[in-house]
Each structure stands twice: as C-alpha cells, then as structure tokens.
Design a protein around this ligand. Structure first.
Ligand code: SF4
Length: 309
C-alpha cells in the first residue's frame, strides 16, 4: 500500500533554512500521494535554480534539465509517453526569463501536464539578482539600485498564452497549495500554478511577515483566497465566446491586484481539446498506445513514402 514516505528520497537537501521551497516540495509529494499516483507513473522535470533540485527529492522519475528549457523537455516526455503524469517545476527567472518563449508556446499547445513555478522574485541560486517578476521600483538586499523595469504578470501571461488552468498559491500554506496542485494535475490540459515563495536569504521584501500583513496598519493578511469571495473562474460553456472572454478578462483583472491585497486560488479554467487530442485526429494510435509502447520501427510506412514522393 502506497505511503507518503514512498514519494520521499534520502538525498540531502541543501536549501537554506526557512526557504519556501520546502513547503512546495511537501505539497507536491502530498498531492501525488493523495491522488494515489504510483511513483513509476510520474515524471518530474526541472530547470536550473534552487527549485531545480526538486526531482532529486521526489521519488518518481525525474530529470534536472537546462536553464529555461524544462518545458520543451517535459513536452517531449509527455508526447513520448502519454500515460505519464508529467510535472514541470522551475523558478520565475527560469520560466519567465530565459524560458519565456517556451512558456508562451507551451501554453498555446495545451499539452496535458502541470507547470509549477517557484516565484520568489529573485534569482536565489546566483545571489539574489532581480528576476522577471520583481515589480519596478523594488530593491532587495543584494541589488545596488531598485528594479528599473516592470515585472511581468505570470497569471495574465499564462491566460493570454492559452494555459487552460491558471492558479496561484502560497508556499507557506501547504494545505491550500496541495489542493491547487491536485486540481492542476487532474485537469486535462496545460496547468500553470504560480507559487508565491519566500526566499529568506535574498528577498527581504516579500517575506512571510510581509505576506502576513505585519507592516500594514490593519495587520490583516495580504493573501486572500478567491474561493472565499464567491469568485468563479471556471468556464461553463467553452464554445460560448462571450463567456470565455468575460472569464479571461475577470481573471486578468484580478491578477493585477498586488499590494495590500493579493489573491490566491484558481483564476481561470476551461476544458478544451489537448495537444494530444489534436494529434490523435491525424494519428489515432497516438492516444490508444503511448509511442514508447508502439513498434515504430516495424511499421509499414510505404503509404507515407508514396504520399510524399
Ligand atoms: Fe531558498 Fe532563497 Fe536559499 Fe534558494 S537562496 S534555497 S530560494 S532561501
């Protein structure tokens, strides 16, 4: 019988004490366990950064890839074996900086997989330079000057790129993050989970005290859950263009709330044909039997050559 410890490894973890990555790691392991996924049916891919070590700590198949290249590699794995549950992880610098082009075009495909971004607004592994999500004008302790360019909005970018499940959670609210991750993995299509992650070593602005609102006159937590407000980001009729547009605009509008109040939870969800569905319209066997289990070399391709000649 599967136990939570079956998703843990004995690899030494060298993340800094108090790092929000620990919360994300725990939530990933708990989500996979509660979904009753067998470790040998799951593959976790990572880019470069502190988050890149995640596959070392989760007892599934794993691949620590190159900076910014986690999404094409995860895409290749999913296409090769559609039976796999694929989870890609990476930092905000990895995904929205060098990997930004892959981020956009992966969303357009709507491949059935989950992308978890450890969003701490800095490049932690290389001593805390500003990442693409640090808002303009902010200055963390290792920066000589405040950021002079605008940060990007991952939620709005994901929705406009075509991701069909777009959510945000918080690394230190493991219960909430675990539930968001479970919903993301169960979703058929490309799911982005942007996780606000504390980096106590380099980000001295967006600390756990800051997220808790300790600096505000009200002392009220900055983070609030969309689901507690009656917000509903799920498209009921995906063929209704007006509803789809209205839900996208609603989600994007909420995603720009940043300051005294910051929403977390599910911003947008729609069921649409996946990349795998679209390939199967041309190649029915693609969904019936994963490519890794097909006898590709023994196939008679005479018809194909005649068509191309
Ligand atoms: Fe975590 Fe920041 Fe340390 Fe990296 S540098 S392990 S993100 S606290």
């Amino acid at each position: 019988m599967l136990e939570l410890k079956d998703f843990r490894t004995k690899v030494h973890n060298d993340w800094c004490p108090g790092c929000g990555d620990f919360g994300i790691l725990n939530a990933v392991q708990m989500a996979l366990f509660e979904l009753k996924l067998e470790p040998y049916n799951v593959a976790i891919f990572s880019g470069i950064g502190c988050s890149g070590k995640t596959p070392h700590f989760v007892n599934t198949y794993g691949f620590h890839t190159l900076h910014g290249r986690v999404l094409p590699i995860a895409t290749g794995a999913k296409l090769a074996n559609t039976a796999l549950t694929v989870v890609a992880v990476g930092g905000d610098g990895d995904g929205f900086g060098i990997g930004a082009g892959h981020f956009v075009h992966t969303g357009r495909r709507n491949l059935d997989f989950t992308y978890v971004v450890y969003d701490n607004q800095v490049y932690g592994l290389t001593k805390g330079q500003s990442s693409p999500t640090l808002p303009k004008g902010e200055q963390t302790k290792s920066m000589p000057f405040p950021a002079i360019i605008e940060g990007i909005n991952p939620i709005a970018t994901a929705i406009s790129s075509g991701y069909t499940f777009v959510a945000r959670s918080y690394a230190l609210d493991v219960r909430h993050l675990k539930e968001v991750l479970k919903a993301a993995v169960l979703h058929k299509g490309s799911a982005l989970v942007d996780v606000l992650q504390t980096c106590p070593t380099y980000n001295d602005i967006n600390t756990k005290e800051w997220y808790a609102g300790a600096d505000l006159p009200t002392k009220a937590p900055r983070l609030y859950k969309l689901e507690d407000t009656g917000y509903d980001g799920t498209v009921k009729n995906p063929t209704d263009h007006n509803e789809v547009t209205q839900k996208k605009v609603q989600a994007m509008t909420r995603s720009f709330e940043w300051g005294d109040k910051i929403p977390i939870g599910l911003f947008y969800r729609i069921q649409q044909p996946t990349y795998e569905d679209m390939i199967a319209t041309r190649m029915p066997s693609f969904k019936e039997v994963p490519l890794t289990k097909q006898d590709l070399y023994g196939r008679d391709v005479t018809d194909l050559f005649q068509e191309l000649s």
